[in-house]
Design a binder for this molecule. Sequence first.
Ligand code: DGP
Ligand code: NA
Ligand code: NA
Length: 210
Amino acid sequence: AVGGGVEKRGALIVLEGLDRSGKSSQCRALASFLRGRGQAVEEWRFPDRTTAIGQMISSYLSETSELDDAAIHLLFSANRWEKKNLMESTLRAGTSLVVDRYSYSGVAFSAAKGLDFQWCKTPEKGLPAADLVLYLDIQPEVAARRGEYGVERYEKVEFQTRVASHYQAMRDSTWQIVDADQTVDEVQQVLREAAQNVIDTCKSGRELLR
Ligand code: DGP
Ligand code: NA
Ligand code: NA
């Protein structure tokens, strides 16, 4: 579906990847680099654990609560929907968003539990579409050797391997696969270039898609 004519706006840039792929620190570095260049950029993340829904998700992830797989799937999605209007108005105001995880995580992690892949995609339909997805590509075994692995619910090699295969099934033309098994600076360099390009494209006018 089309979100209305071509407009000058900010870019929706999403970072995706397995747990411990280095997303969160790369997101932070990327957003601060772009801001340093004078770009209007905000750094966001999903799940947003600060909302009421986000707190339910957070307690589920830390295994202090149990929830049906479909129920938690819909909560993760609702956590994105509750930010939809703000996301769109921010983009339309010309500010780009660098987002740590989005709908792709929603589908990949839930499908990895055995929920139907197509069913998992349904509640994501209608959210703003990413202009660029930077996928930090890392072998689950390599990620597992990084710090703090295993603290939260999904951080197990077998599970992450299934997550990776579902991510692969969602690759499209907005995706750029980035080898995350390089130095932090090397990865960051690739992200900066790709992000700057898509910001320039959106700045000169691009439809906001859903
Ligand atoms: P993070 O805060 O980025 O470390 O994410 C927490 C965990 O939740 C991580 O294992 C990935 C998983 N996750 C993130 N978004 C979703 C989602 O929408 N659905 C499901 N099922 N899991 C998600
Ligand atoms: Na995590
Ligand atoms: Na993270």
